[in-house]
Design a protein. Structure first.
Length: 292
């Protein structure tokens, strides 16, 4: 190969790398080695029962919840509007938050760059995943179906929301689990932003509490996190033992982890919720996952 051809290849490689660095957005992913664990709890509320053995294949998951800064790049690139700020009605019914920010002189807490994005619904989250996949030259995991819904293809190599079982396995610390009640500790104050530690004043910057056994932050608290699965309260009674995924079509999707506005009980690694996929709130967010 001639010197000029080598020089051209080097220049082209540099341009590609620069484009990925500037225009791409590659989150820090944590490898979760596959394994078997006990999912759910026999001492929890009915939807957490029964506790059952589940085997999970290896996958990766982001070490933090998607931030405002990251989501803004998606919104800017696609023309999507950022979630709206709380209106007067919301603030009037959330007095601690209203009082704090009225007296601080700060702009709305929701759009601090390192805060988790929130007030997003399930559809917003999967659109972000597909965009992030495209930006990194990967195959999209979500595709619209004939009924106007979204189907997940777990064979694709792109970014997606974790399945509910993947989420709980990662929150528990995977194969390094110490069987904590919360993600990373039995001391909730060490790992979680919830109503007692936030004083109901809003979410906090990601990665400011202790990480769990795998180095993953905020899986208990800060914002609720959307998962790929449809939500079925009694799914555990018939859950497959290998890589379970609830694909029973219904309006509801799984949320996990609790949030800054909720009590400690809902920040447990076993706690589940399942609002309508189109619903959102000022404590609904997400993090991305990906096949190994």
């Amino acid at each position: 190969m001639k010197f000029r051809e080598i020089k051209t290849l080097v220049i082209l490689s540099s341009i590609i790398f620069l484009n990925l660095a500037v225009f791409g957005q590659t989150p820090k992913m944590i490898l979760v080695e596959g394994g078997t664990f006990t999912m759910g709890s026999n001492s929890g509320v009915p939807e957490e029962k029964p506790a059952h053995k589940v085997t999970i294949s290896s996958f990766t998951i982001c070490d933090h919840e998607v931030t405002v800064s990251e989501y803004k790049k998606f919104a800017s690139a696609t023309g999507k509007e950022m979630p709206p700020s709380p209106n007067k009605k919301w603030m009037d019914t959330h007095t601690p938050t209203k009082m704090l920010y009225a007296s601080s002189g700060k702009s709305f807490w929701g759009w601090e760059p390192n805060f988790p994005i929130h007030h997003v619904n399930w559809f917003d989250a999967v659109e972000y995943c597909n965009w992030l996949s495209s930006k990194n030259g990967l195959n999209k995991c979500y595709k619209k179906n004939a009924d106007g819904g979204w189907d997940l293809d777990r064979t694709k190599n792109g970014y997606r929301l974790p399945t509910e079982a993947e989420w709980e396995f990662a929150a528990r610390g995977g194969n390094k689990s110490s069987n904590y009640k919360y993600s990373g500790s039995n001391d909730i104050n060490a790992v979680c932003w919830y109503d007692e530690t936030t004083k109901l004043a809003g979410p906090k910057a990601v990665k400011t509490k202790k990480a769990n056994e795998l180095g993953i932050f905020d899986m208990s608290g800060n914002v609720w996190e959307w998962c790929s699965d449809y939500y079925k309260s009694n799914f555990y009674s018939s859950s497959p033992a290998k890589d379970p995924f609830c694909n029973s079509v219904m309006p509801y999707r799984v949320l996990r982890g609790g949030s800054w506005h909720y009590r400690a009980e809902l920040a447990k690694v076993t706690s589940r919720d399942g609002p309508k996929a189109a619903k959102t709130n000022y404590n609904y967010g997400f993090r991305v996952a990906k096949n190994k």
